[in-house]
Design a protein around this ligand. Structure first.
Ligand SMILES: [Zn+2]
Length: 128
């Protein structure tokens, strides 16, 4: 389960309203879960979807889903709770969150081009 450290947000906009709605839905679901155990499976699915949505929306308005203490996410970096840019440029120290900007940086800064399409010149067996 998750707990979220929330603090008041300075602005109310569509995203905030959406998050509010999602949070309300979460609370309602929590109550439903207690009362309707036989619907547990379905509710769990919906909850998972809501958590996914919340994960996506909350960071944009200052909320953050925080794993409860004792729950260790494998693959999470030890320092820095925030999601970090994991792709490092092989030529320098710049880091990127996505392959695309990295490729663009490589091409623009280091003159490296993607050469994936140059393969397949010699004898690639095709299933006839
Ligand atoms: Zn670089």
């Amino acid at each position: 389960m998750y707990d979220w450290g929330s603090h008041s947000t300075p602005r109310r906009n569509k995203t905030t309203a959406m998050a509010d709605t999602l949070l309300l839905s979460m609370k309602r679901l929590a109550r439903e879960k207690l009362g309707l155990k036989h619907k547990g499976q379905l509710v769990a699915q919906t909850e998972r979807r809501l958590v996914e949505n919340l994960r996506r929306v909350l960071p944009t308005i200052g909320y953050r889903l925080v794993p409860l203490p004792g729950v260790h996410l494998t693959g999470a970096t030890a320092n820095g709770a925030r999601r970090v840019k994991r792709l490092q440029c092989p030529k320098c120290d710049r880091r990127f969150a996505h392959p695309l900007p990295l490729a663009r940086h490589l091409s623009a800064t280091h003159g490296v081009k993607k050469t994936a399409h140059k393969r397949g010149r010699k004898a690639r067996k095709k299933p006839a």
